[in-house]
Write a protein that binds this ligand. Structure first.
Ligand SMILES: Cc1cc2nc3c(=O)[nH]c(=O)nc-3n(C[C@H](O)[C@H](O)[C@H](O)COP(=O)(O)OP(=O)(O)OC[C@H]3O[C@@H](n4cnc5c(N)ncnc54)[C@H](O)[C@@H]3O)c2cc1C
Length: 387
């Protein structure tokens, strides 16, 4: 066991922080207030090779693993990018990169992986209004017609559709069979924009930098060659999106929690209401120290999950544990930071409440706390499935 970063990993952590530090808090505040996509930051990620970090070198990428991506994401979030800067790295490296690197055909890799390096943005459409967490019960249909699959159906809470050039859609290529619920599910790779795909964005609590939409597919044609993996057998492959997604979100949450703590410690050393800084009171120190401990442990689990993924080993339990632990630890950190700021923490201008609003999402997405606990109870503890 080796707990040291190697030189590349340390370089990525530091570079992530440094790059994010070039964008002031006001930049992210504005994106939040205006529901604006941070295009300049996306361009910076592209320019410095971070979007292509995990793309194999033969396709122009950095050839690094998910562990390196997670470390870079953590650095970006901690350096000031928060959840906005950190989670952007899902919309390409994970939705496009992870799935194609493991399950794409040679032709798909040739066609799509280089685009990830140069900034193609990908969305992932899995959740549906009726089935929710019960994702094998999805109803969106993909029917073979001539040289295409034709998709019809509805998805909900799908992020980044407004900015994406590509979308991975989970659809049924055969009807639900109660005896084999996960059979008949396929992954299809579509191009955007397309008049057959209508997206209606929601107003929401946080993460305003990305659009999140109700999406309607009406006779959306995807060429047959854009099937990823085997028709009707995508369930296993899907986990090569869902697990890295959990890991990258976990890394972003750890970094954002650290960012919130740093801001709170700075504020506590300056704010003076009893003749000495509030940071000298244990009542102010302890919640921040507790959050620091929880983040440090969540970080280790996140690295372990990424390490397992990179070795092609089962990382499901580790990824679920990391995402749960990180979401809770980071939310507690942001909450403690608001408390440290007092009334100022509740005010938008402080740049603190935004982190709490953004982080709150990760207790319910991409998988809810309850479904994570169901999974751990069943798969880690060997208890019966309750639903
Ligand atoms: C801002 C945002 C962005 C998102 N982006 C995307 C995206 O890009 N792509 C995408 O595909 N999806 C996306 N999602 C969807 C997200 O993954 C889902 O919201 C999430 O998986 C939960 O599904 P649901 O909202 O239908 O909740 P439901 O399944 O309706 O669950 C509601 C509540 O019931 C609980 N519950 C349900 N079943 C059980 C059970 N068996 N045991 C115990 N409790 C249970 C849940 O844990 C939850 O607390 C996004 C969501 C949001 C809010």
């Amino acid at each position: 066991m080796d707990f040291d970063y190697d030189a590349d990993q340390l370089g990525l952590l530091e570079f992530g922080k440094e790059l994010a530090g070039r964008f002031e808090d006001a930049y992210w505040q504005e994106a939040d207030l205006e529901y604006r996509f941070p295009r300049e930051f996306w361009s910076a990620l592209t320019e410095h090779g971070l979007l292509g970090l995990t793309v194999p070198e033969e396709y122009g990428g950095g050839g690094k693993g998910l562990l390196e991506l997670a470390i870079a994401v953590e650095g970006i979030a901690e350096g000031g990018g928060g959840m906005e800067g950190g989670t952007l790295l899902v919309s390409g490296p994970v939705f496009g990169g992870c799935i194609l690197t493991r399950h794409g055909s040679a032709e798909q890799k040739q066609r799509y992986l280089p685009g990830l390096v140069t900034g193609d943005l990908w969305a992932g459409a899995f959740t549906e209004p009726e089935s929710g967490s019960n994702i094998s019960a999805i109803k969106t249909k993909a029917e073979r017609k001539g040289d295409s699959y034709v998709l019809n159906g509805q998805k909900v809470y799908i992020s980044q559709v407004g900015n994406a050039s590509h979308i991975v859609v989970m659809a049924r290529t055969s009807p639900l069979d109660e005896a084999h619920r996960t059979a008949g599910i396929s992954l299809l790779l579509g191009h955007l924009p397309d008049p057959a795909v209508k997206a209606h964005p929601f107003k929401k609590l946080g993460n305003h930098f990305m659009d999140t939409n109700r999406v309607y597919f009406t006779d959306y044609a995807v060429p047959l060659e854009n099937l990823v993996g085997e028709e009707g057998r995508a369930w296993r492959a899907l986990y090569d999106i869902l697990n890295p997604e959990r890991i990258v979100f976990a890394a972003a949450a750890v970094g954002t929690g650290m960012l919130a703590i740093r801001k709170a410690v700075e504020y506590a050393s300056e704010r003076n209401v009893w003749g000495k800084p509030i940071g000298t009171h244990q009542g102010v120190q302890f919640p921040l120290a507790q959050a620091r401990i929880a983040l440090a442990t969540a970080r280790l689990k996140t690295y372990e999950a990424a390490w397992l993924y990179d070795r092609g080993r089962d990382c499901g339990i580790a990824a679920a544990t990391a995402k749960y632990a990180s979401a809770h630890a980071a939310l507690a950190a942001a909450d403690a930071a608001i408390q440290t700021y007092g009334g100022a923490g509740y005010v938008v201008d402080s740049g603190i409440e935004r982190h709490w609003r953004n982080l709150r999402l990760y207790r319910l997405s991409p998988v809810t706390d309850e479904m994570t606990l169901n999974y751990i109870a069943q798969h880690d503890l060997g208890m019966p499935r309750s639903y």
